[in-house]
Design a binder for this molecule. Structure first.
Ligand SMILES: [Ca+2]
Ligand SMILES: [Ca+2]
Length: 469
């Protein structure tokens, strides 16, 4: 045990003792009793990334129901607050929580400190009005924080995991990788891995840091970043930073829906096909779908994904093996407003390497609907590249069609007016790509969603250039 660790153990014991002594209620309203205790021993690290779990109880020993709001305030030491939302109904402003005569209400609150300013002492309690600052009943608690002048070390080795076994083998050390430490999203210190792949930052005060990595050579992928919690015990002193090939180089993924069209709210089956085209076994493969939260996306539950469930242990695929997974889902209830159901999924073993995930090409199916919507835009030759229709840039009297991304059929046409304006009305709901007729080629590739009741995306600026040849 290091000297710091021993000092912290002593502090922990001391503060648990103090914590026990300080819970006696100091009530102004003798029909309300409160208690509070920190439910984890700590020691904690100052900074708002650290959750301080607090069990808080209020008992109404009176004969009338009371409406109550909660509050906590620093008495001394490091500034402390309760995370917004964890008070529930007792949050201010809010309705307040009604506590019946004889009732005890218990809440698991989550607190945090913002910075080190000495060992904290906190008063916590209830108010009988959300405007009143006075606590009708209160108690005090404390918890051990690692003193802010304790220092620690950020150190480790960068390696290229050539044999894809997730561990550093001799000869895999990777020199020349830039390492940047940030504190509170501001640059703190930087270094470069040495000939043996090693790096070290010494005398770093305890707290929360982000370790960011520069580019790795030859298309190798480094983790997105590493979030570090330094508490004086060397938690970040033996980091193994793994550079690896992107998963997309050894895993081919595709998804397919079982039908070409559905009704809103229908069940749908998804067939997921994964092939390991690499030399090494793949393990811990999980699906990540709908990362941008599209309303049209097939609705699935984690259990439906089985071995591939997000957050689960993941699936294994041997070199040369193809595995097929059947996933059941539901077309969104409002699918007839969208006209399509979509599936966008990626597959990766570790979210820190998401940039290299194997993407399944997005698939669509129609959702039957009789609804229509409108969209509009303008077609122009953006000669100065400023995305704005300037004098002489509008493309007039030109026909533009909307091609359904699912069926490939043209669903609507418009002809541009004198300002290049395009108006599409009563278009069946769905997802479309614009197709320009005449001597023009479009230069941006995007789609437009037509929804009913003015809910559509505007087609917007359709930039074209004169067709070559
Ligand atoms: Ca290795
Ligand atoms: Ca322009």
């Amino acid at each position: 045990m290091t000297v710091f660790a021993r000092a912290i153990s002593v502090l922990t014991a001391l503060f648990l003792l103090l914590g026990g002594l300080l819970v006696a209620p100091a009530s102004a309203d003798d029909t309300l009793r409160v208690s509070a205790s920190v439910t984890s021993a700590g020691p904690f690290v100052a900074g708002n990334r650290e959750d301080i779990p607090i069990r808080f109880s209020v008992t109404n020993t009176g004969t009338e129901a009371r409406r109550l709001w909660g509050a906590a305030r620093s008495v001394e030491g490091s500034p402390f607050d309760i995370r917004y939302g964890t008070w529930g109904d007792m949050e201010r402003p809010g309705p307040g929580a009604v506590v019946a005569p004889g009732e005890t209400k218990t809440l698991d609150l989550v607190g945090y400190t913002t910075s080190w300013a000495g060992q904290p002492r906190v008063t916590i309690g209830v108010m009988t009005s959300p405007q009143h600052w006075e606590l009708a009943a209160a108690t005090e608690f404390t918890f051990p924080l690692v003193p802010g002048d304790v220092t620690d070390r950020i150190a480790g080795v960068v390696f290229t995991d050539a044999n894809e076994n997730r561990v550093l083998d001799p000869g895999e050390e990777l020199p020349g990788i830039s390492l940047k430490v940030e504190k509170d999203y501001k640059p703190y210190r930087e270094s470069v891995s040495g000939p043996d792949g090693r790096f070290s930052f010494t005398d770093v005060p305890v707290g929360f840091y982000d370790l960011n990595y520069g580019k790795a050579p030859a298309g190798l992928l480094l983790p997105y970043n590493s979030r570090l919690r330094l508490d004086g015990t060397g938690t970040a002193a033996e980091l193994k930073v793994r550079a690896r090939r992107p998963m997309s180089e050894s895993l081919k993924a595709s998804v397919a829906l079982d039908r070409g069209s559905y009704g809103a709210g229908d069940s749908a089956r998804l067939l997921v096909t994964l092939t390991n085209t690499g030399r090494y076994p793949l393990t811990e493969i999980k699906a990540g779908c709908d990362r941008y939260g599209a309303a049209q996306h097939l609705v699935t539950t984690p259990p439906a994904w089985g071995e591939l469930a997000y957050g689960g242990p993941g699936a294994a695929i041997k070199p040369g093996q193809t595995r097929v997974f059947r996933v059941s889902g539901t077309v969104p209830q409002r699918g007839d407003d969208y006209g399509i159901v979509s599936v966008a999924c990626d597959f990766v073993d570790d979210e820190a390497y998401l940039d290299g995930a194997a993407q399944a090409p997005m698939v669509y199916a129609k959702v039957r609907s009789t609804k229509t919507g409108d969209t509009s835009g303008e077609i122009f030759h953006d000669k100065d590249g400023d995305y704005t229709v300037d004098e002489g840039e509008a493309v007039t009297n030109t026909k533009v069609g909307l091609r359904d991304v699912v069926t490939g059929r043209m669903a609507a046409f418009a002809t541009s007016g004198p300002n290049g304006k395009l108006d599409f009305t009563k278009v069946p709901v769905g997802r479309y790509q614009a197709q320009v007729f005449g001597p023009w080629t479009r230069i941006d590739d995007y789609y437009v969603d037509v929804w009913p009741n003015q809910g559509s995306m505007p087609l917007g600026a359709l930039r074209v250039v004169p067709r070559q040849g």
